[in-house]
Each structure stands twice: as C-alpha cells, then as structure tokens.
Design a protein around this ligand. Structure first.
Ligand SMILES: NC(=O)c1ccc[n+]([C@@H]2O[C@H](COP(=O)([O-])OP(=O)(O)OC[C@H]3O[C@@H](n4cnc5c(N)ncnc54)[C@H](OP(=O)(O)O)[C@@H]3O)[C@@H](O)[C@H]2O)c1
Length: 277
C-alpha cells in the first residue's frame, strides 16, 4: 500500500506501538512527523527507522502533551512549516500508579490521554479539512470497559487509582471519537479509534521487575500491536468509515457508556472548559 504524498503526524512515536506505527507508515512513503517531548530519543528512533527503510522521510518536532502551552506552540510551529495533514495519529498515552499532575496542574492521565489529543486535534482540524480526505486515529483501549466518566471527580482528587484514571481516559478517547465524528460529517475527515491488543511496551513498566518481563512474554509484540492503527491509517477499505471502534482490524462493540451520545456531548463541553481555562 502506498502513502506517497501523504503527511502523517503521530504522537508517542518514540516507543512501543507508536514507534512501529511510524516505521510502517514511513515505509509506505508518507512523510512522518514525530511529535515528541524527548528530542534525543526521537532522533534515535528516526535513525533506527531510516536504518530499516532508507527512503523514510521523518521530521521531529517538540511537543510535551502534559502542557497545553507546549501543544499550542507545537501547532503554531507545525502550521508555519506544513500546510497539509492527512493522517493524525493520537497514540501517546500513559498509566500512573500514583496521582501526578500535568504542567497545567491537571491529573496527568486525564491530561495526557484525553485533554492533549482533544486540544491537539481541535487545533489541527482546519489544516486537516483543507487536506481532505484525511483521517484521525485515536488509540483507545479495551480498558475503557472498566471506565466511567466521573464528573464529580474527573481528576481523582477525592480518590485515585491507576485503573480508574486509565479506564476513564480510554473511555474518553472513544466518546471523543464519536462526538468528533458527528461534528465532522460531510467533511471527508474521518475519525476512528481502536484497541491495539495487550502489547509488550514500556506502558507496563509500572509493574516491577521481574514481573513486567514475565508478563510481557504473554503479550503481543509492538509490531503486531501497531497493525490496527496502520490499517486505519492506510487501508482504502475504511475510507468511508467514521466514529467506530476497531479491534483486530474489525469494527468492535464498545461498552454501553462509550455509546452514550449525551455523555460524549457533556465530556466535550467539560473538555472545552479545561482547555480554555
Ligand atoms: N500496550 C498495551 O497493551 C496497550 C493496550 C491498549 C492501549 N494502549 C495504548 O497505546 C498507546 C501507546 O502506548 P504504548 O503501549 O506503545 O506505550 P509506551 O511504549 O509507553 O509509549 C507511550 C508513548 O507516549 C509518549 N508520551 C507519554 N507522555 C508524553 C508526553 N507528556 N508528551 C509527549 N509524549 C508522551 C511516550 O513518550 P516518551 O518516549 O518520551 O516517554 C511514548 O512515546 C497508548 O495510548 C496506550 O494507552 C496500549
């Protein structure tokens, strides 16, 4: 499959699923921009991808998703350099054992996993609309099934647990996808989300060694875990599909909460308030 002439922006391309996604998309001929907080690491990833695919065209731009200011500065720099964006992959994500906060003082899981892609995508929508057909891909998770959107304590100030925070953020990814899809109808910009599988990446380094090494033996490789993202970014078969959740390259049923349009609309409004504050 050729993606020659396409411009693809990916977050979290410095490790795990994102790195293998970036490698595959670059190997298909797209120009890939890694939006990364760690430029040295991103440079090593770029060189690694070029070593495996000599013709890969990769740019690195600074973006710390734990900071609204950094995201806004990134988008300004992006628009100064590029006037097109065909594929946006919101892949970066984290899990935190203890409650931490972003540079804006917002609980880190909610900030990086949900508010960051929310803001980044909103700021890039005009560029994507003028580049249409274009695709947005949000890397969610089956962990959404255990999640709820707790409007009384979105940031886990009263009670924090890793799974509550992570499940909520991944449910938010799906609700965001659905609401955005309804707003984008008629624009030729699609937005879908996915579960990559359970994948042996740094995400699980919250598990202490040697248990993390042992657990990873039973997980998918990052290459395998990247397959559904790559499929959504490149396959002509999903060109006209939007607002869906995929698993193993097929549309999958989500939790009931993830289908709740009112919940999605309320989360959207609250997210708007966060990024405006
Ligand atoms: N692994 C799984 O089994 C699994 C299952 C379901 C869903 N997912 C989802 O898949 C996505 C990718 O995760 P992964 O498993 O590949 O994990 P990973 O190897 O830990 O990669 C996470 C990526 O996110 C980036 N990131 C984290 N915080 C950031 C920040 N503040 N600013 C910019 N970038 C930041 C990391 O950058 P650095 O390199 O600078 O740390 C890294 O590139 C996540 O959204 C995760 O929720 C994973």
């Amino acid at each position: 499959m050729s993606l020659a002439g396409k411009v693809c922006l990916i977050t979290g391309g410095t490790s795990g699923i994102g790195k293998e996604t970036a490698r595959a998309i670059a190997s298909m001929g797209a120009h890939v921009i890694l939006a990364a907080r760690n430029l040295e690491l991103a440079e090593r990833v770029k060189q690694d991808i070029i070593a495996s695919h000599k013709s890969a065209s990769i740019d690195i731009m600074q973006c710390d998703l734990a900071s609204f200011a950094s995201i806004m500065t990134f988008v300004q720099a992006y628009k100064a350099k590029y006037d097109r964006l065909h594929i946006l992959i919101n892949n970066a994500g984290l899990m935190e054992r203890e409650r931490k906060v972003s540079r804006d003082g917002i609980e880190l899981t909610f900030a990086v996993n949900h508010l960051a892609p929310f803001l980044l995508t909103k700021l890039l929508l005009d560029t994507m609309k003028s580049s249409a057909p274009a695709r947005i891909i949000n890397v969610a998770s089956d962990a959404h099934r255990g999640g709820t959107i707790n409007f009384d304590d979105l940031e886990g100030k009263k009670s924090y647990s890793l799974w509550k925070a992570y499940g909520q953020s991944k449910l938010a990814n799906i609700l965001f996808t659905r609401h955005l899809a309804s707003m984008l109808r008629g624009t030729s910009v699609s937005v879908n989300c996915l579960h990559p599988g359970v994948v042996a990446t740094d995400l699980f380094d919250i598990i202490p060694p040697p248990f993390n090494y042992l657990a990873k033996l039973f997980m998918l490789t990052p290459e395998k875990g990247a397959e559904t993202t790559i499929f959504l970014a490149s396959s002509p078969s999903v060109e006209d599909i939007t607002g869906e959740y995929f698993n193993k390259k097929k549309i999958a049923v989500t939790s009931k909460l993830a289908q709740d349009a009112d919940l999605a609309a309320r989360l959207w409004l609250v997210s708007e308030q966060y990024i405006a504050a």
